[in-house]
Design a protein around this ligand. Structure first.
Ligand code: VGL
Ligand code: ZN
Length: 209
């Protein structure tokens, strides 16, 4: 059992990222039992929840003549335009009901500012607005962040990179993640994470210890 200085961050295990969801991640549902097994190994679990207002800038539908998965320049940089997903207080934004994490301490909701996206659980896409997670984790003495969830190449990768920037040791549990994989984003994400010193493991490595 992992102690208080190691946190499991389960990213965006929500219906809109499951097969059939608004922004479906292929085989995203397969991670749920893996994440459930993992949560038993951690006394400290934190969840994230993508949580957008309906008028969110990342939705293609909120821009004239734009289609999902195109990119667009916004004041803070290039933004992928997504199908409408994880709208606050909708069914699609709910955490998967089979996710069993009674002891999760904190749910960080991100992407709630209408004009800024936030893949990262730590810093919004303007690269300046903190979510507060860094402060929380430092305050409670966390040294290493283990990541699982959806999607590997967006919210998991951005969170992993920001966790490194904040000075945490970081491990991504690969078989407890699934990717969107848009225009080579998955290969790029792993290149960036590896270069940043993110450790990459399979969940079996944790159960064997
Ligand atoms: C995500 C795209 C848009 C994710 C969230 O959870 O990876 N991807 N919003
Ligand atoms: Zn989103």
């Amino acid at each position: 059992m992992k102690g208080a200085d190691e946190v499991l961050l389960a990213v965006d295990v929500q219906y809109d990222f499951m097969p059939g969801g608004a922004l479906a991640v292929a085989r995203g549902d397969e991670i749920v039992p893996v994440v459930n097994r993992l949560t038993h190994e951690f006394s400290h679990v934190v969840l994230t929840q993508d949580w957008h207002p309906r008028g969110h800038v990342s939705f293609a539908a909120n821009h004239a003549e734009r289609a999902p998965f195109e990119t667009m320049m916004l004041p803070y940089g290039e933004q992928v335009l997504w199908p409408v997903h994880c709208v606050q207080d909708t069914e699609g934004a709910l955490l998967h009901r089979d996710l069993h994490v009674p002891h999760a301490r904190l749910v960080i909701r991100k992407g709630h500012h209408a004009d800024v996206d936030s893949y990262s659980a730590f810093v919004e896409a303007d690269r300046t607005t903190p979510t507060g997670l860094t402060g929380y984790l430092r305050d409670v003495g966390v040294k290493r962040v283990y990541l699982c969830g959806l999607a590997t190449d967006y919210c998991v990768a951005w969170s992993a990179l920001d966790a490194r920037r904040a000075g945490f040791d970081v491990t991504v549990i690969e078989d407890a993640c699934r990717a969107i994989d848009l225009n080579g984003s998955l290969v790029k994400a792993w290149e960036d994470m590896t270069a940043a010193g993110v450790e990459r493991i399979e969940s079996s490595a944790l159960f064997a210890r």
